[in-house]
Design a binder for this molecule. Structure first.
Ligand code: CA
Length: 230
């Protein structure tokens, strides 16, 4: 449902809710950063790139509305924000949107609902904007136009190698475990274990073979990653 490798910043002071949400979103393939208070949350929001922010309204230190306002007005960030709140009142909703939240969810919520809203915000966010473009070293992939290139040279990829590269680029230079890649490509019904290997080999032929520097590395027993040679 949500895009594999999507980077989510969760700002929530309620430990149990934060853990539930983190576990759930990570199981869906998201990469989750977490802050338990507003000041830490704002710091992470402006220093680390992320695709969607899930923000609790009631936070110690700086509340969610103030954090939203500072994100939009001072930091000039337009990362989509899903606001969570226990206070089910229209005024809070309106305030949230005035301060720049993009969507709103009232506690208690279903985990599936949070994931669905996050996915929708991610899809809607600035179509054609820089968030569609994933780059590492001289390699770039546009998830919207589906163009792939290295050092400006276009590369043709079939859908599965494309999906693998997309997941690797979002995580680069970190390793993506085999299971995570399989989920990113085939969802909950991965084919037999050699399928991934075959498609990675095809990806390597297209992306590395014609070029001087290989980027796609196998991390034995773990998975794959894109990394520039030392
Ligand atoms: Ca709270």
């Amino acid at each position: 449902m949500i895009a594999a490798g999507i980077r989510i910043l969760l700002i929530e002071d309620h430990q149990d809710i934060a853990e539930l949400l983190t576990d759930y979103l990570e199981a869906q393939g998201a990469v989750v950063d977490y802050a338990g208070d507003g000041v830490t949350g704002l710091h992470l929001a402006v220093t680390k790139p992320c695709d969607v922010i899930v923000l609790d309204l009631g936070l110690p230190g700086m509340d969610g509305l103030e954090l939203c306002r500072q994100m939009r007005q001072l930091a000039r960030s337009d990362v989509p924000i899903l606001m969570l709140t226990a206070r089910d009142t229209l005024t809070d909703k309106l305030k949230g949107f005035e301060q720049g939240a993009d969507d709103y969810l009232v506690k208690p919520f279903e985990l599936e609902e949070v994931a669905a809203r996050v996915a929708a915000l991610h899809r809607r966010a600035r179509p054609g904007g820089p968030q569609d473009e994933h780059r590492y070293a001289d390699l770039s992939l546009n998830s919207r136009t589906r163009e792939v290139s290295r050092n400006g040279t276009p590369i043709e990829l079939k859908p599965i190698p494309f999906a693998i590269l997309d997941a690797l680029l979002r995580a680069a230079p970190n390793v993506v475990p085999r299971a995570e890649l399989e989920r990113a490509v085939w969802g909950d019904e991965p084919p037999d274990s050699d399928a991934l290997r075959t498609h990675v080999a095809a990806l390597r032929r297209a992306v590395d073979k014609p070029f001087d520097q290989p980027l796609l590395q196998t991390v034995h027993g773990v998975g794959y990653r894109l990394r520039e040679p030392e």
